[in-house]
Design a protein around this ligand. Structure first.
Ligand code: GLN
Length: 459
């Protein structure tokens, strides 16, 4: 397990005490030894060591970028030139990226080295990392348990010491849920913060690409790198995310909300108690205050999210008709993907419009308004990330609603388009538990500041 902080690693590389090449070689070795068991990476970049040598030359010339020599794993739904972009599906088994996603181009520009493509739930549908057509991922921080999904391989690759940083995507919790289960840091940016160009969408009005890291420093650094306006994605804004150094000023008397409705929904009381205590410590440390807040309708988040996601997913997958990218999706996909395609087709029929889709849109709006109102009274909201601990790999979950329940606390942020991040809070029954911080849209600076503060407390 790599324990060095990202900041220390960068200093080592920039100070030439560790070459980029040795950094990458170290990870390739660890991957060679343990990836077979963990199954975090589906593809290893054969050129990684050669690319690191080129970075070393730029370091020598004093021209290296912010991510010089760091190894970055990329979720298999984000396009990287020449690498298999399979979405962990047989439908795209032989599809290779023909261009770099905006986020990947940004990483390469800053001299980060793409170490490989990470495993995931097929087409980013799921919560456990078990839906991959290429086998489930094990949880390096709690072996034998699920790593969480759908950015299962990205979180596991960080936790296993296969990379410095990773990219995931989050439609309803897919960065935060595995970050929580694997004991790492993960951030879902505000909708419109990071370009989605080159992301194979799961549900386009929800998806955001975001960072996973050992620490808040790494997450902030990757955020800073990938955020910003792109002409390729009209939803992006030109706001920059400041670097970590500007986060270090002490958070002043933060007003912290804990959602009253969430407590009821927590199926494992121990998780809620741990997060409540952490929030209390954070408040004490910063002269802040924790108060109970209400987020009306938040208990409907899962019911609102799925009809919308089913319809958007169904529509987005129509391009996988077997003519261009590989096999026809319906003929090659697993059960959960098929459920969403068939469900989405049904829900979007004209005669059902008012019944499901419109109602879900209304609920989405009400939940967004609830956040707007809540953020008038509090600066940030703290909650658990999942209402239960990660189950044992292979546990039979026959009712999809039991799987959907994992995302009860993460989906609301996607419905509202706000930003949210997760940091490790501790362990229960040997399984990591993550604390979620939610902040208003485009307040990533505040979000990361609070996360950095809580992280410092735990050290
Ligand atoms: N578990 C949620 C779903 O299956 C979220 C997935 C995601 O964020 N990509 O839709």
């Amino acid at each position: 397990m790599v324990t060095d902080s990202t900041a220390a690693k960068i200093l080592q590389i920039k100070g030439k005490r560790l070459s980029a090449t040795d950094n990458i070689r170290g990870f390739l070795k660890a991957i060679g030894q343990r990836n077979k068991k963990i199954n975090a990476l589906l593809h290893i970049n054969e050129n990684a060591a050669a690319e690191a040598e080129a970075v070393d030359r730029r370091i020598k010339a004093g021209k290296a970028g912010k991510l010089a020599g760091l190894a970055i794993a990329v979720k298999s739904n984000i396009s990287v030139t020449g690498m298999p972009i399979t979405c962990a599906s047989k439908a795209l088994e032989n599809y290779n990226g023909t261009f770099d996603a905006d986020v990947v181009a940004a990483i390469k520009k800053e001299d980060g080295v793409i170490i490989g493509m990470a495993n995931m739930d097929e087409f980013a549908c799921g919560s456990s990392g078990e839906n991959s057509a290429f086998g489930a991922t094990d949880n390096p921080a709690a072996s034998g348990r699920i790593p969480g999904g759908t950015s299962s391989g990205s979180a596991a690759a960080v936790a296993a010491g296969f990379c410095d940083l990773a990219l995931g995507s989050d439609t309803g919790g897919s960065i935060r849920n595995p970050a929580s289960h694997c004991g790492v840091v993960g951030v879902k940016p505000s909708y419109g913060r990071v370009s989605r160009y080159g992301l194979i969408d799961m549900a386009m009005s929800f998806d955001q690409i975001g960072p996973l890291s050992h620490d808040v420093y790494g997450a902030a650094l990757l955020m800073e790198t990938i955020a910003g306006r792109s002409d390729n994605d009209g939803t992006t804004l030109n706001n920059k995310v400041p670097g970590y150094s500007s986060l270090l000023s002490k958070t002043k008397k933060p007003k912290i909300g804990m959602v009253w409705e969430f407590e009821e929904m927590c199926t494992d009381r121990r998780i809620y108690k741990m997060i409540e205590e952490k929030a209390g410590e954070f408040a004490k440390d910063t002269n802040g205050k924790v108060s109970d807040i209400k987020l009306p309708n938040v208990d409907l988040a899962i019911q609102a999210y799925y009809p919308l996601v089913y319809v958007e997913f169904f529509s987005g997958t129509r391009k996988f008709d077997g003519r261009k990218y590989g096999r026809k999706i319906e003929e090659a996909c697993g059960e959960e993907v098929l459920r969403r395609i068939l469900g989405g087709r049904e829900i979007s029929k004209a005669e059902y419009q008012g019944t499901y889709y419109r109602k879900a849109l209304k609920a989405r709006k009400l939940i967004s308004e609830g956040f707007e109102k809540a953020f008038k009274d509090v600066d940030v909201i703290i909650s658990p990330t999942t209402p239960m601990l990660p189950h044992k790999l292979g546990t039979k979950i026959t009712d999809p609603r039991a799987m959907y329940a994992y995302d009860a606390y993460t989906i609301p942020a996607n419905l509202a388009g706000i930003c949210a991040g997760v940091i490790p809070a501790g362990k229960i029954s040997d399984a990591p538990v993550g604390l979620q911080v939610m902040a208003p849209a485009f307040k990533e600076e505040l979000l990361l500041q609070v996360m950095a503060e809580i992280e410092k407390q735990s050290l």
